[in-house]
Each structure stands twice: as C-alpha cells, then as structure tokens.
Design a binder for this molecule. Structure first.
Ligand code: CO8
Length: 374
C-alpha cells in the first residue's frame, strides 16, 4: 500500500513522417474531382451528391490543426488507396503497435530513472488495439523483460487518463509496485481519408507514463497524484463500428460506418460544458478554483473546444503557458494528446505548483488527474 502515488516520468514517441493540411487537402481534392468525374451521369441525374472540396484554411480555423504525424505516410495521399500501406508482419515479428509502445515506454523509463526490473505491471490503453489477443501489453511486457502482469484497455479519447487512474489505484492498493501506462495511438488506419468532415482530424503517436509510490521515485520531475475523477455518458455522436462481429454481418468490415465518424458540431456543444463542469467539480474536492492551477494539460481535439472550456472556467482565454497546445503539430491523437502536452510542458513547474491532466471525447468519457509538483 502506498500513501502517496506519483507520476515519476513520461515518454513520447513521435513518428518521423508528417502530412501538412495542404498535402492532405490536395490529395482529397484530387480524389473528389475524380469521383465527380467518374460519377458525372449519376450526379447530373440527381442520384448522387458531388463531393465538395476540402480546404486547408477551413481545417486550421475549425480545428487549430496545421499538420499531423503518421506511422506510415505511403498510401495515405495515393488517391487510388487513401489509407496507409502497412505491410503485415509475421507472428514472430514485433507487431507495429507494440513497436511504437516500446519506444515510448523506454523514454518514460529513462525519464523516471527506472529499469524493467523496477516495473511489475504494464497497461496498454488506447483507442484501438491492432488485435484482440495476445494483448499488446503482454507483448510489450515480454519485449522489455518486465515481470508481473499486463493488460490492454480501450476507452477512446480517455484511454490514457483512465489507464493512469487504474495505475494509481493499483499502486495505492499495493497490487503493483510500479506501473507503466502506455498509449500507442496508431489511428491512421481507421481514418476515412475520403470523408471531408474528418480526414484532417487525427495523427499517430505513442506516449507512456511511470506511476509508482513516492518513496521509490527517482525521476527529475515528480508529481504527486492528489486524486482522480472520471465520468462516462453514452453517446452515438462519435463511433467506429469496426469489430470482430463485422464478419458475421456479411457487410464490408471496412465500410464508412466501420471507420471513425462523428457528429462534430454536437460533440462540440455537448462535451465542452461537461468537461468544464467536471474540472470545476474535481478542483472543488480540494477547495481549489481554476485560477489555482499553474497548468492544464487538456485533451487535444480542437483548439476552439479548449478555448471555450478555459473561458467557462477562467472567464477568459487561457494562455499557451497555462494550457499548452500541441494539436497544431500533432492533430488529435486520441487519448495521447494531454500526455503529449504534459510530456513537453511540465519541466518548468515549481515545487508546490498544481496541474490538471484532463481528457474528453468518445463514449462520452471524461477523465482527470489533479497533480502537484514535488
Ligand atoms: N473543408 C472545407 N469545408 C468543410 C470541411 C473541410 N474539410 N469539413 C466540413 N466543411 C464544411 C461543412 O460542410 C459545413 O458546411 P455547411 O455550413 O455548408 O454545412 C461547414 O464547413 C462547417 O462545418 P461544421 O459545422 O462541421 O464545422 P465545425 O466548425 O463544427 O468544425 C469540427 C468541425 C472541427 C469537426 C468540430 O465540430 C469539432 O472539432 N468538433 C469536436 C470534435 C471532437 O472533439 N471529436 C472528438 C473525436 S475524437 C475522439 O473522441 C477519439 C476517438 C478515437 C480516435 C479514433 C481515431 C481514428
């Protein structure tokens, strides 16, 4: 049993390839033109709607995204394919998702000054796992030589915070001495690059965090986890219907409804107030108000959402120093966004400073951790 549980280090793996809005839009528009040409007769007869053009200016204004990283770029901009080309690996090779998880995990272990021997639990928590079993986490555990146990969990955009919640509880209860929580967000294969409304939203990344008792922590930047808070509320407004039952429905397992799709406006309107209320309730438990926070590491889905949430809480826009933005470069990376922001923007906090990590998204799901620098 641990009296105080801490975050003692974090790691980030960023893909070497990126795609700018301009590149993405140019490929989409070329595909749309070809579609309209190929279906000219049906469009003329009113049987089909023409595909409208996408626009880099719209994307940046509506979302704040300028660019995104991708594990594999090949294939995404090919208008005959519009999907990354990721060659299948044999069962004897490290799977792609485990590969990026291991890279982030190694960086987190280094930051926390830990070796595999110090860890006894691994949680891989993300929006999609590349297979059902054996668990990606167990593959990562084996590759890193970690004893103990591992499991995968899926909570879409809140997978990272909910994974950290479980790690906090395990260390607190004494069922694990130190936990590695990893978020390998390999999402580009599930993006419909032929859908103008969502083709620009996501990018690939992997993040990892070490959670352990304060007594064993040796990282340079250590944060006490003061408490966690989670809420979920069912909504169909963000869905991805791909799953193992798709085969039995005699339908295309990769059809448009099987990929990411959403009612973006509704999500925006419904999730922002939920997130603002969640954060103020979480802070109130500690008799804190939003102005007491030195930093907010918010979910990175849309810059306008974050602006609205901070306005609701502070009565004004948060500065980039208060609530750092990474989605301009990384886009929405499902659950990893708040952890990327934390990883890149926590070293300057002083002892005693409060910070909040908060995710919000599909489910709906909202998860937060209130932390304090040691
Ligand atoms: N280019 C030009 N115009 C466009 C484009 C485009 N690419 N897309 C839409 N438009 C047009 C629309 O057709 C519309 O035209 P009209 O007014 O004539 O109908 C106009 O622009 C305005 O469209 P919207 O109202 O849809 O635009 P918004 O200002 O609402 O912006 C956003 C759209 C950016 C999608 C915004 O609604 C948003 O960000 N909402 C919140 C979304 C969100 O946070 N979703 C969370 C999803 S992520 C998550 O939960 C994790 C899931 C797991 C990850 C899976 C990864 C694959």
């Amino acid at each position: 049993m641990a009296e105080t549980v801490v975050i003692s280090g974090s790691g980030l793996w960023t893909p070497e390839h990126s795609i700018s809005n301009e590149e993405l839009v140019s490929a989409y528009n070329a595909w749309a033109d070809k579609y309209n040409q190929d279906h000219a007769a049906e469009i003329e007869a009113g049987e089909l709607d023409p595909k409208p053009h996408s626009s880099a200016e719209f994307i940046e204004k509506a979302s704040g995204i300028k660019s995104r990283y991708c594990y594999v770029k090949e294939g995404i901009l090919d208008i005959e394919r519009m999907c990354p080309q990721i060659p299948e690996r044999s069962d004897d090779e490290t799977s792609q998702q485990a590969e990026i998880a291991i890279a982030a995990a190694k960086a987190a272990l280094k930051a926390a000054n830990k070796t595999a021997d110090d860890i006894d639990a691994v949680i891989v928590s993300c929006a999609y796992t590349q297979r059902a079993y054996p668990a990606i986490s167990i593959e990562v555990q084996g590759a890193l030589g970690i004893k103990g146990f591992a499991f995968d969990m899926l909570v879409a955009c809140s997978a990272a915070t909910f994974g950290l919640h479980r790690a906090y509880e395990m260390v607190k209860a004494g069922s694990a001495k130190a936990v590695l929580v990893i978020n390998p967000e390999l999402v580009t294969p599930q993006i419909n690059f032929r859908d103008r409304d969502s083709h620009f939203i996501f990018g690939d990344v992997a993040t990892a965090v070490v959670v352990e008792p304060a007594e064993t922590a040796k990282g340079e930047h250590i944060y006490d986890i003061l408490s966690t808070k989670a809420v979920t509320q069912f909504s169909n407004n963000i869905r991805s219907n791909f799953g193992h039952i798709s085969r039995a429905g005699d339908v295309d397992p990769f059809g448009p409804d099987k990929l990411f799709h959403q009612e973006g406006r509704k999500v925006f309107k419904e999730v922002c107030p939920m997130a603002a209320e969640h954060i103020s309730e979480h802070l109130a438990v500690h008799q804190l108000t939003p102005t007491d926070l030195r930093r907010w590491w918010l979910h990175q889905a849309n810059i306008n959402m974050n602006t609205l949430i901070s306005k609701k809480l502070l009565g004004r826009e948060a500065s980039a120093d208060e609530a750092p933005v990474v989605l301009d470069r990384y886009a929405n990376t499902a659950s990893a966004g708040s952890i990327i922001a934390f990883n890149l923007h926590n070293q300057d906090l002083k002892s005693g400073d409060y910070g909040l990590i908060c995710s919000f998204g599909a489910g709906y799901s909202i998860g937060s951790l209130l932390i304090k620098k040691r």
